[in-house]
Write a protein that binds this ligand. Structure first.
Ligand SMILES: Cc1ncc(COP(=O)(O)O)c(C=O)c1O
Length: 483
């Protein structure tokens, strides 16, 4: 597109003729969006050379945003320039190839581009009538995801903000089903005076599950905790006797070790007793898409509800999570709400499946990811990131550092010595800026977590990051092996 002279966006009133034609707005939009694209491209081009963590100076520069509420307007291009100048340097380079903190995916090219187009569309994906394309793509991606995860074709689904809300949505469906089964309408009556639900979690339950239980009125601390094994897997043989309305929260992919609860075994016990099994598979569920890893999720398909994230291992922009419920009527029963002005057609109405009503059409990027990768591309991405994790483990072990988990997926836990030493090495690695890893506590010990979740990570990124980790450890005198 050629350069168009930039003109301010203004509604000129021509006497007696109403606002000026929109050409002024359109010409300015071209330049504005071209400018945004140029700035975004420059940002991405520079990612490889910059520190993964922003500099202290860049973070301090954020104080420039702290100005009084502006009384007057500013040209959009100046707004963008300000955002870029102050904001871009203060970002964490999670879109790059060497961010290994938390469980954080990057942004696949097709999803970034689709996200831009979708922002221009500005669709409200709550109802078919508000966004036929948003609703249609939700239908498509839910069908594809059910296939990928080997889940029942009729399962209901919801596109939500992330793993936490996906867990919440699954729990809301479970709460509906379990209380409905004993004659209690929880949506109408709430939990006051309701028959109690026993909630069972593993010792290594993810904090988001406890948060979701709290939000659903089931309580963060009122849970029965089942011991876990050395990898953090819930021990099915330690499940209590099951009776009455019972919800068992399992996980596929421990946030630290990447280990999987024996969900099949738990389902067998649970379903005999009429209990509901929910699976938090925020990242682990994606193992189902890869031939070499899908044994890890064996039995997961027997559960009653599942939560996963797309902004983690599928590498779509934040925020994007998925809840799936075997029996759609329980999902809709928990969530459906109606009003005279809301339009209902024959098709699946998204807002009857999601806690939110108005929301962005995040199915667009999920579709773009799956459409661009295809089954084989997705499998390759999952396998590749798992191989990178193994490469990290091998390299660190060879340098004499201790790997604390069985590296079955994309997660590695490493100790550089005693807790204080490990914490100092983590701080040095973050400060060095070649890559970024966070810390955690594993079996009472401070450890560094490496999570390889980005499509963009290459072998050379792993090698460069390994070299930086070892350099940082050695610079602190943590020399285990000079080979
Ligand atoms: C196992 C597990 N469940 C849930 C979550 C929460 O996901 P989100 O941050 O998308 O809400 C995470 C995040 O890392 C996770 O690892």
């Amino acid at each position: 597109m050629g350069q168009v002279p930039d003109l301010p966006i203004r509604n000129f009133e021509v006497a007696g003729q109403g606002p000026a034609p929109p050409v002024i707005l359109v010409r300015s939009m071209h330049n504005l969006l071209n400018d945004a694209a140029q700035r975004a491209l420059r940002y991405l081009d520079e990612l490889d050379a910059r520190s993964v963590a922003p500099s202290a100076e860049a973070v301090a520069g954020l104080s420039r945003f702290q100005e009084p509420l502006p009384e007057t307007s500013m040209e959009p291009r100046d707004v963008l320039a300000l955002l870029d100048q102050i904001g871009s340097p203060a970002t964490v380079a999670t879109a790059g190839s060497r961010f290994f903190g938390f469980v954080t995916g990057g942004v696949l090219p097709a999803t970034l581009a689709a996200n831009w187009l979708a922002a221009a569309w500005d669709q409200n994906a709550s109802m078919v009538v508000l966004s036929p394309v948003g609703a249609a793509l939700e239908d498509v991606v839910l069908a594809w995801l059910r296939q990928l995860f080997h889940l029942p074709a009729g399962s209901g689904g919801a596109l939500v903000t992330g793993g936490t809300m996906a867990n919440f949505t699954g729990i809301a469906a479970a709460r509906h089903a379990l209380l409905n089964g004993v004659g209690w309408d929880v949506e109408a009556q709430g939990l006051f005076g309701a028959p109690p639900i026993t909630v069972i979690v593993g010792e290594e339950v993810h904090v988001s599950m406890l948060k979701a239980l709290g939000l659903a009125g089931l309580g963060r601390e009122r849970v029965v905790r089942v011991p876990a094994d050395s990898q953090g897997r819930m021990r099915a043989d330690k499940l209590p006797k099951l009776a009455g309305p019972t919800l068992i929260c399992t996980q596929a992919g421990n946030v630290n070790s990447g280990a999987f609860d024996p969900v099949g075994e738990i389902c067998a016990r649970a379903h005999e007793a009429g209990a509901w099994v929910h699976v938090d598979g925020a990242f682990g569920l994606w193992a189902a898409a890869a031939r070499e890893r899908k044994h890890l999720v064996e039995g997961v398909e027997l559960a009653d509800s599942w939560a996963t994230d797309c902004h983690k291992w599928l590498n779509v922009p934040h925020d994007s999570g998925i809840a799936l419920v075997r029996d759609e009527q329980h999902l809709v029963g928990a969530i459906r709400s109606t009003a005279a002005y809301l339009v209902h057609g024959e098709q699946r109405e998204p807002h009857h499946h999601t806690p939110e009503a108005s929301r962005r059409a995040r199915g667009i990027e999920v579709w773009a990811a799956l459409r661009s990768l295809g089954r084989s591309g997705l499998e390759d991405m999952i396998e590749r990131t798992c191989r990178h994790a193994s490469r990290f483990a091998q390299g660190l072990r060879a340098a004499g550092y201790e790997i604390l988990n069985n590296v079955v997926l994309n997660q590695v836990l490493v100790s550089f010595g005693d807790d204080e030493t490990t914490r100092r090495v983590i701080a040095a690695i973050q400060q060095d800026g070649t890559c970024w890893c966070g810390g955690t506590v594993w079996h009472g010990r401070a450890v560094m977590r490496i999570s390889v979740s980005s499509w963009a990570t290459r072998d050379e990124d792993v090698d460069r990051s390994l070299a930086a980790m070892i350099r940082c450890a050695r610079s602190l005198g943590v020399v285990k092996n000079n080979s």
